[in-house]
Design a protein around this ligand. Structure first.
Ligand SMILES: *Cc1c(COP(=O)(O)O)cnc(C)c1O
Length: 493
């Protein structure tokens, strides 16, 4: 299977090349030329497997250069005791027709682990397949969660090094501590004296510096990113929707062939797009419900066909969804329209005027498969309180947005369809907001909030979060924006 860019009909590449490149030379994103189809027997087969087997089987359909043994081995190494439960992505039954797919049992307690625990292994295998012998050095500018998940994913992976820059005063105390205590012999974490944009611009400048690239080449290194638009991060996410479906079949709640809805708290549109791929492959999914917070650019797009980022930016208590440009939407537009020129035009309009309007056929195609909705910060917090009181289930702010949007949709339609909600973070990761939602008054900050939430609810906190205060701080260095390249050079000496 070959991969093509969403912006042109240019040269197709192999899966391993798409993973190595991350982004296509024309600025587009790589998508598989055709979407593999599966049938009921395939799903029945998955039902008898554990998560590792399911992940390897689904990935095998997209990564033809990888042998079954290779993928089995990679999946087994990626989804192991680095997760805190053997199911890896367990399904929690909330009520008769609703289940929560918990995607946060990995080392950083957020769903990005589902992709970032396996992507480094897919990347290094891809490099070997293409005869690359230099060490790949991942550079990341982070505003919080991605940096930590990438550090955990690449830590001690042979043939890789990783360096993360974060804004000195732009991340939460817990996030800072998570990164500063990072373990691993191939990692480095440096604060930047600036905001997230400064850090991001600094990293982009380093990537664009040809002289620096040849200097590193002489030392046996080359630079790469672990960006969320990389196909190597999207593909592993498709597997957990199949896994959730199988778990529901195995629990006797549905029969193979019966259709379910998926409701996904959305930021960059990666998680929900993986659900759409699962649907297109043949997983019986009715519709995809795209849930947003007050940054509801996607809700409006699904309703009207107009994508307009010219609007106020809201800082909410679901910060990983505070996004106005959802990069992965480009993949959906390309797959539905099948026209790279058209998509390139929309993306030009987006970077020029901050806005584009899709034609009616494309709008209809989006509406045929997606429903959109959003809720306010206040509604999100009330939802957390409600579910805790009524069902004894503790939810983080991002998942609560999805849960509330689903409740609103069901109330509007006066009908309830079986739905799986993707849960993207442990409630302890956003302990302050969750405590507030439960009506607790606290003066605590940072890691103490984790203990306080555990004490209040009696729910056990994930080990990596509860033990954070006791971990050794390894990284305290900070640099000026102008010195970021020097810091990389010293790390890759
Ligand atoms: C990244 C993230 C999201 C958004 O996922 P996308 O794939 O970007 O849509 C939602 N919730 C949490 C907790 C996240 O970390």
């Amino acid at each position: 299977m070959r991969y093509v860019s969403t912006r042109s009909t240019g040269q197709a590449v192999t899966a391993s090349q798409a993973i190595i490149r991350g982004i296509a030379p024309d600025g587009g994103l790589y998508v598989p030329e055709t979407i593999p189809a599966v049938d009921g027997d395939f799903i029945r087969g998955l039902c008898d497997m554990d998560y590792r087997g399911r992940a390897a089987a689904v990935l095998g359909l997209y990564l033809e250069e990888f042998s079954k043994e290779e993928l089995d081995q990679i999946a087994a190494a990626s989804y192991a005791d680095n997760f805190d439960c053997p199911e890896i992505a367990p399904l929690h039954q909330l009520d008769e027709n609703t289940a929560v797919l918990e995607l946060w049992h990995g080392p950083t307690s957020a769903f990005k682990d589902m992709a970032l625990q396996i992507m480094p292994r897919l990347l290094t295998a891809s490099l070997r397949k293409n005869g690359e012998e230099r060490t790949v050095s991942i550079l990341v500018a982070t505003s919080g969660d991605t940096g930590k998940a990438a550090l955990e994913g690449f830590r001690d992976v042979p043939g890789t090094k990783i360096m993360v820059f974060y804004p000195r005063d732009g991340v939460s105390q817990v996030q800072k501590l998570q990164m500063a205590t990072q373990e691993g012999a191939n990692v480095n974490v440096v604060a930047v004296d600036g905001n997230f944009d400064d850090a991001q611009t600094g990293v982009k400048k380093i990537f664009a510096d040809r002289d620096f690239a040849s200097l590193l080449d002489g030392r046996g290194y080359f630079l790469s990113s672990a960006n969320s638009i990389n196909w190597g991060r999207l593909a592993p996410q498709i597997a957990y929707y199949f896994s959730a479906y199988c778990d529901w079949v195995n629990a006797g709640r549905i029969k193979i062939g019966e259709s379910i809805d998926l409701c996904v708290p959305t930021g960059n549109f990666g998680d929900i797009l993986a659900g759409w791929y699962a649907k297109r492959m043949g997983l019986p999914v009715g519709r995809l419900i795209c849930a947003s917070n007050e940054n509801n650019v996607l809700t409006d797009f699904i309703a009207s066909g107009v994508y307009d980022k010219n609007r106020p930016f809201h800082l909410t208590s679901s910060p990983s969804m505070d996004i106005l440009v959802s990069s992965n939407l480009e993949r959906l537009l390309y797959c539905l329209a099948g026209d790279g020129e058209k998509v390139a035009g929309y993306m030009r309009a987006l970077s020029g005027e901050g806005r584009y309007q899709v034609d009616q056929a494309l709008r209809d195609a989006v509406q045929a498969e997606f429903a959109g909705g959003y809720c306010t910060d206040d509604e999100c917090k009330r939802q957390i309180g409600k579910l805790w009181r009524e069902k004894g289930y503790l939810m983080d702010t991002h998942t609560a947005v999805a849960s509330r949007v689903l409740d609103d949709l069901r109330a509007r339609e006066g009908a309830v369809r079986p739905t799986v909600i993707a849960s993207t973070a442990s409630p302890f990761k956003f302990g302050g907001a969750v405590l507030e939602a439960l009506g607790a008054v606290t003066d605590e900050t940072g890691p103490a909030l984790v203990d306080e939430l555990a004490a209040l609810t009696g729910v056990g906190a994930p080990k990596p979060l509860s033990g954070l205060g006791d971990k050794k701080v390894r990284f305290t260095e900070w640099v000026a924006v102008a010195d970021m390249e020097k810091a990389v050079s010293e790390f890759l000496a």
